[in-house]
Design a binder for this molecule. Structure first.
Ligand code: MTE
Ligand code: MO
Length: 406
């Protein structure tokens, strides 16, 4: 079994990390021995996640958050969703890691160790919103295949690393460059080494943005293994599939990158709206770029009970891909009328924004609080499920919680 093999091949350091303490007599431990403390790994312990995270799949691991776990302004590892297309790579060694830049539109091929990157390039820290393109998929009808994400495939951690632009410019970008494509160390589910689980990328304009990082730290520490240790691409505001984990190669392409999961229904939606269930021709599908405006009520948890006369302080976050969120509103009457929430400015571009509001309810009974964000272009979240598409991407419908006043 894959998981078992992972532990047998794990280095002593990674075993200690997973056990949460040093193996004192490690020298005496037989080769390829599986310490009892690591048998039958519990995913919450394995990945250091909150016990209330929801496992959608264990082969590959796909784990989502719940709204109330995401109340922190900076998402901690414990509440960060995991989305894997393949198997997490084994035996990763940061000191031996190299990043190679190549491709038709690279002026030369060049490789760097992480140490060389650190000595050569300035580091930057940004808080960046990463939402899986399939977040909200579970609501589509007819249903879409894939992980049935509800609302929890969203995070906004703080990432530290190099500007991808600085590295690409050091290598030299030919004038015909149109796209970058990443390659990573994870393993295809078939275990076929010639297949990549995923190899996506972004147009040069996104690759060259100030905030597009090749990160080596998350929230001030080494990136957790499941989130791309030792080096990951972070392209905030775009489907998180662009943010390749375990990156060892980036190609500068003179065509739209044609790696795994760049074509077909993967991370693509009909360029124009279609009826639910309708067949869409390949040439009528468009690659998802900036994610749509969306928000989440992270406090209180749905099902809150208040006493008559008590007011409720709601809190949450809103984000809008490449854009800022300009307005945040709530409704307690199923969207008949809306009231403004207070909304903060983002800490930097591509970071989510925090909102809050003090709500008074007119009388005892059952209510729903609906939240709606509007982006800087004036586009608001839809109240109900938006445009159907074959793979169930881009559901940015309003989030809602139930509240009872007794
Ligand atoms: N190498 C690699 N990078 C990857 C993936 C993957 O399977 N392999 N999944 C992508 C997808 S679809 C998403 S949504 C994000 C999830 O990032 P996270 O697991 O750190 O939350 O990683 C992206 N980067
Ligand atoms: Mo994703």
């Amino acid at each position: 079994m894959q998981r078992r093999k992972f532990f047998q091949n794990a280095t002593l350091a990674s075993m200690s990390a997973l056990l949460g303490s040093d193996i004192v007599f490690a020298k005496a431990m037989p080769d390829a021995y599986l310490p009892l403390g690591l048998q039958d790994p519990d995913p919450f312990k394995l990945f250091d996640k909150n016990k209330e995270m929801v496992v959608l799949n264990d082969k590959p691991w796909n784990i989502e958050a719940q709204a109330h776990l995401l109340n922190d302004k900076v998402t901690p590892n414990s509440a960060m969703f995991i989305r894997n297309n393949g198997l997490i790579p084994e035996n990763l060694d940061a000191s031996g890691w190299t990043l190679t830049i190549d491709g038709e539109s690279a002026a030369q091929q060049k490789s760097y160790t992480i140490q060389q990157l650190k000595s050569k390039f300035k580091t930057y820290t940004y808080q960046l919103t990463l939402e899986c393109g399939g977040n909200g998929r579970s609501e589509f009808d007819p249903p879409a295949k894939g992980n049935q994400w509800t609302i929890g495939a969203i995070s906004c951690a703080e990432w530290t690393g190099f500007r991808l632009r600085d590295i690409l410019e050091d290598v030299g970008i030919k004038p015909d460059a149109v796209y970058i494509g990443y390659h990573a160390a994870d393993i295809h589910l078939s275990q076929n080494p010639d297949k990549e689980p995923i190899s996506r990328g972004a147009p040069m304009a996104k690759a060259l943005q100030d905030e597009t990082l090749l990160a080596f730290q998350m929230n001030g520490e080494d990136i957790p293994l499941a989130h791309g240790f030792p080096l990951r691409l972070v392209a905030g505001g775009w489907p998180a599939s662009v943010s390749g984990k375990w990156i060892n190669r980036i190609s500068i392409r003179n065509i739209v990158h044609d790696g795994a999961k760049m074509g077909g229904d993967s991370y693509r939606v009909p360029c124009k709206p279609v009826a639910p269930g309708e067949e869409v021709k390949d040439e009528d599908m468009c690659i998802i770029e900036s994610m749509p405006v969306k928000s989440l009520i992270t406090y209180p948890k749905s099902g809150a009970v208040l006493k008559d006369g008590e007011s409720l302080n709601i809190q949450g976050h809103a984000w809008a891909g490449e854009l800022d969120v300009q307005k945040m509103e709530y409704s307690i009457n199923f969207g008949a009328t809306w009231t403004d929430c207070a909304i903060e400015k983002p800490i930097n571009r591509l970071a989510w924004q925090h909102f809050s509001a003090e709500i008074k309810f007119p009388q005892k009974g059952y209510y729903e609080v609906w939240a709606r964000a509007t982006d800087a272009d004036g586009t608001a979240q839809p109240m109900l499920l938006p445009g159907w598409n074959p793979k169930g991407y881009l559901n940015n419908a309003c989030h809602r919680i139930a509240v009872k006043i007794t």
